[in-house]
Design a protein around this ligand. Structure first.
Ligand code: CA
Length: 307
């Protein structure tokens, strides 16, 4: 278990892009949409070019892909939505469960918890730490909470947790193909998460990573869902805020357990470091480990298309 967790945390260090502590909304933050329950939009099927040329080898090579039409959540699953699931089912997330006992493991890793990002320091250059007590209600560990964050995306959910929510909701996690097709929305990907006028289109990191997130897009840390413009399909936060689980399995040489593909970049993605705020961006994440920058949204492939 310890080796698995340490390997996972090591892998996360490769994946992160900045500081993860949430800050208060900036007064200049963009207006956010009203939330209308389980709002979904219809994404018409089609054929598209998936992947990009390899500044990031895992994204290529570009290849043709075809998806059928499907309904998709307009925003990431929120803390309020996840709380309703927990209240209805009594489900306990992976991060709340007791890890197996392994002789010699650091004391902290023998307690329920999860991975939390922090700014590296000269004394401790690690980007990720195992935070006892970290779970969806306490995203940065014991002593933190989600008070006032009902419409923030739920985080610290492992793949199993997201799949359990999907089963309860009667929907599905999107495949990677569905997710990328929806994120592209038929338009060429922009290299930076801004429109032609330079207006932010997603919650990402401004400033030099990892020294300081300036939050000039309105948010340092996670943002409530739907606070940035929707793409042409009406989907918000597809290239920022939090990474999102997909149903697609991945592969990573240093992973000691099954990994899944996550899509979408996060509030930690910075221009000077990872730039993964593009539809083609993908990472391979241990399915048994949540973090404070991974959430999810769902699709519904069974609901009939709109008239
Ligand atoms: Ca931001």
């Amino acid at each position: 278990m310890r080796a698995r967790l340490l390997a996972a945390l090591s892998g996360l260090a490769l994946a992160a892009c900045g500081r993860g502590d949430a800050g208060p909304p900036d007064p200049a933050a963009p207006p956010c949409i009203g939330l209308a329950g389980e709002a979904m939009v219809w994404v018409p099927g089609g054929r598209f070019t998936m992947g990009e040329n390899p500044a990031y080898p895992e994204e290529g090579p570009p290849r043709a892909a075809t998806v059928g039409g499907f309904w998709m959540d307009v925003h990431e699953v929120t803390n309020a939505q996840f709380a309703a699931f927990i209240a209805a089912t009594g489900y306990r997330t992976v991060a709340e469960r007791q890890p197996p006992t392994v002789p010699g493991a650091p004391l902290a890793m023998l307690q329920p918890g999860s991975a939390v990002f922090r700014a590296p320091t000269p004394e401790d250059p690690a980007w990720w730490r195992w935070a006892p007590g970290a779970q969806w209600r306490h995203p940065a560990g014991a002593g933190t909470d989600i008070a006032g964050q009902a419409r923030h995306p739920v985080v610290q959910v492992a793949y199993e947790d997201a799949a359990a929510y999907a089963a309860w909701a009667g929907k599905q996690l999107p495949t990677e193909e569905q997710w990328e097709y929806a994120a592209r929305a038929g338009a060429p990907a922009r290299p930076e998460p801004v429109d032609a006028a330079g207006k932010p289109q997603a919650n990402t990191w401004q400033g030099v990573f990892p020294a300081k997130d300036l939050g000039s897009d309105g948010f340092a840390g996670r943002a409530p869902v739907g606070c940035f413009p929707a793409n042409a399909y009406g989907l918000h936060d597809m290239i920022g805020n939090v990474w999102e689980w997909t149903a697609t399995a991945g592969a990573r040489a240093d992973a000691a357990e099954p990994v899944g593909v996550i899509k979408g970049g996060s509030f930690l993605c910075a221009a000077n470091y990872c730039a993964r705020y593009r539809p083609a961006a993908r990472q391979f994440q241990e399915r048994g480990l949540g973090t404070d920058h991974i959430g999810f949204r769902l699709v519904d492939t069974r609901r009939p298309p709109p008239d």
